[in-house]
Design a protein around this ligand. Structure first.
Ligand SMILES: Nc1ncnc2c1ncn2[C@@H]1O[C@H](COP(=O)(O)OP(=O)(O)OP(=O)(O)O)[C@@H](O)[C@H]1O
Ligand SMILES: [Mg+2]
Length: 605
């Protein structure tokens, strides 16, 4: 029942505004009542202006008495603009700001605690997107707009009907029956209007996503290089047209019903004015009342009734959107975990871990089992798409295994709350972030508690070898990075990667995870990073995923992931002797490493 849901929403909305500015709530209601009363009051004043004018002409009324009605007449002409245009506009803007601030900050906090998997799921993405972008429209309609405009329309409509009934009770029938017929026809045609509107989200996304591509700097570069922008534009236009055609179809269907419907009340207006004329001729009503009521019946009355009925007709749609807020806040959070202490040791153990992405039907990890002892340095290698990055997402607790268990220091990973887990892992993601912040912040956010600790940031920068290029910046660590803002400095892929490595070094996290840390480094930088790797990680545990098998030699052990499980395990020498997948991959790259060694030698000379 939408009305109950609407009132539930009002409780929330008014509660939020009341807590901050109760006067806004009071003024909204007061303006609504005043605005609504203007219409029935207008009938009285219009009647008096005409009848009084005739009385003055006949010398039956003093002009000083009549002048009051002229003043009221002018006031009534000005007041709606004053109330609607100025006072309400202010109240509306202020109320919306309060609501927006309240909801946006709650939503951001929720996004922080929400399970990561929602960010990768289409169903949750719809909820997040609608709650985040459409809630405001729904709120604006529900609270200040609907209450004010529809509320005053209701008061105006009822007040007008009181006038109608005051003249002859049966006039109510000739006024209302056609109106009900019209409303019935229109709303029957529009019964599924909300559902139709709902389906637009998916269609709009189909072209807005493409529009986003066309504006994206990195994508623009690729499109220019491939010369494929024309194709994307055509696709964009085609999808937009598809959506427009559907919208037009829907709109015209709606429009036809609307035109047909509104004509019924037009005809009934004529009929009722004729009836009023008959009453006037028969001496039942004065000329002033005849004119004032004709004006009401021809224009305002049905408009007000429609306005009031619109509350029922449209709040269903807005309440549906509004309730995306509840769906949003109902999305599951990361488990809080019971442990508040960090684990006793940092041994990592995957025990028969099975995993598939929610909503898919293919297992990515199929009984993954391995142990990494605290302080050990291991490499993980495997073909593209074998699940290496997925394994890291599970280790970080971003996803939970479908079966099996991940243990840290002998405890189930899920026992540790997110803030404890955040202190365990320093991670360089394969698709790491490039923040449009200063260099200092880009590194410091790796450990938010040490954001102001210059020494720690510089040490981390040193480990990622960031200082080598940072020294050349005029503003040093205060250099703004990225192209999003005026004055920002963009870096090369390898330089960004070094910053990502420095970020992972912040906070002396006991476990380092590097997903392809050398992918964007040149071979010399890669060789240097490998050499420094042992020093950089010190006695910490390090898990390095790499496709460059030359890098694996510096680690204690190598795991080869194949078919969702560990297919081979051992040192470089052991795996080479075994002659399996690793040996095959290494031999394929051997040629490349020889050349690289040669190049390195040349550089050294
Ligand atoms: N969010 C997701 N939803 C569904 N499937 C996914 C998702 N992310 C990854 N996959 C699939 O999971 C498989 C493993 O992906 P993953 O990124 O873990 O591979 P990888 O071993 O890291 O590969 P690479 O060496 O290319 O980095 C792939 O087949 C990929 O298509
Ligand atoms: Mg990967």
């Amino acid at each position: 029942m939408p009305v109950r849901r609407v009132f539930g929403a009002y409780r929330d909305l008014i509660g939020i505004i009341w807590a901050e500015a109760p006067v806004m709530v009071v003024v909204t209601f007061a303006l609504t009542v005043v605005n609504g009363l203007l219409t029935p009051l207008g009938v009285y004043v219009h009647q008096q202006v005409f009848d009084g004018g005739l009385q003055v002409a006949r010398g039956e009324m003093a002009f000083s008495d009549y002048a009051v009605f002229l003043v009221l007449f002018v006031l009534l002409a000005i007041l709606p603009t004053l109330i609607g245009g100025y006072v309400f506009t202010y109240v509306e803007k202020r109320s919306l700001l309060i609501l927006r601030t309240a909801y946006k900050s709650r939503m951001l906090r929720k996004l922080k605690t929400m399970k990561y998997e929602h960010f990768e799921s289409e169903a949750s993405a719809e909820i997040i997107d609608k709650a985040y972008h459409r809630l405001e429209t729904a709120v604006r309609h529900l609270w200040p707009m609907y209450v004010h405009w529809r509320g005053s329309a209701l008061i105006a409509g009822l007040g007008s009907l009181a006038w109608v009934a005051g003249i002859k009770w049966w006039l109510l029938l000739t006024v209302l029956i056609p109106y009900f017929i019209e409303t019935w026809i229109v709303s029957r045609k529009n019964a599924n209007i909300y559902n139709e509107l709902e389906t637009y989200w998916n269609r709009e996304r189909r072209y807005t996503l493409l529009g986003g591509y066309l504006r994206d700097r990195l994508l623009a570069r690729e499109m220019k290089a491939y010369g494929n922008a024309g194709y994307l534009i055509d696709t964009y236009v085609r999808r937009l047209n598809e959506r427009n055609r559907e919208y037009e179809r829907y709109y015209f269907k709606h429009l036809r019903a609307l035109l047909f419907g509104s004509n019924i009340s037009k005809f009934s207006s004529i009929l009722n004015v004729v009836l009023l004329l008959v009453l006037f001729v028969g001496g039942d009503i004065t000329v002033g009342l005849f004119i004032a009521m004709s004006r009401l019946l021809f224009g305002e009355l049905y408009h007000h009734l429609d306005g009031a009925a619109g509350f029922l007709k449209w709040s269903g749609y807005h309440i549906n959107t509004y309730e995306y807020k509840d769906k949003f806040f109902a999305l599951s959070d990361e488990p809080e975990g019971r442990e508040t202490e960090p684990p006793a040791s940092y041994d990592i153990e995957f025990r028969d871990v099975w995993f598939r992405y929610p909503g898919t039907d293919r297992d990515i990890l199929k009984g993954l089992t391995f142990t990494v002892r605290a302080g050990e340095k291991v490499s993980i290698v495997g073909e593209n798409g074998e699940g290496k990055s997925t394994m890291i997402k599970l280790l970080l607790g971003l996803y939970t295994p479908d079966r099996g268990e991940i243990r840290i220091g002998g405890r189930n990973l899920a026992d540790f709350p997110p803030h404890v887990r955040a202190k365990l892992f320093g991670t360089v993601f394969q698709d790491f972030q490039r923040y449009s912040l200063t260099l200092r912040e880009n590194i410091g956010i790796g450990d938010i508690d040490a954001m102001d600790d210059e020494g720690k940031i510089r040490r981390a920068a040193g480990k990622g070898r960031v200082h080598e290029f940072a020294e050349k910046f005029e503003k040093g660590f205060d250099t703004l990075l990225g192209r999003d803002f005026e004055g920002g400095v963009d870096l090369s892929g390898g330089q960004w990667q070094r910053i990502a490595i420095a970020r992972a070094m912040m906070g002396d996290k006991p476990i380092l995870i590097l997903d392809e840390p050398t992918s964007q480094l040149d071979p010399i930088a890669e060789a240097e990073l490998c050499r420094e790797f042992a020093e950089m990680v010190e006695d910490r545990t390090a898990i390095m995923i790499t496709h460059r098998l030359g890098s694996t030699m510096i680690t204690d052990r190598i795991f080869v992931i194949d078919g969702g499980r560990v297919a081979e395990e051992g040192t470089h020498g052991q795996l080479m002797r075994a002659g399996g997948i690793y040996a095959r991959m290494f031999n394929a790259q051997k040629q490349w490493y020889r050349r690289e060694e040669g190049k390195e030698a040349t550089v050294r000379v």
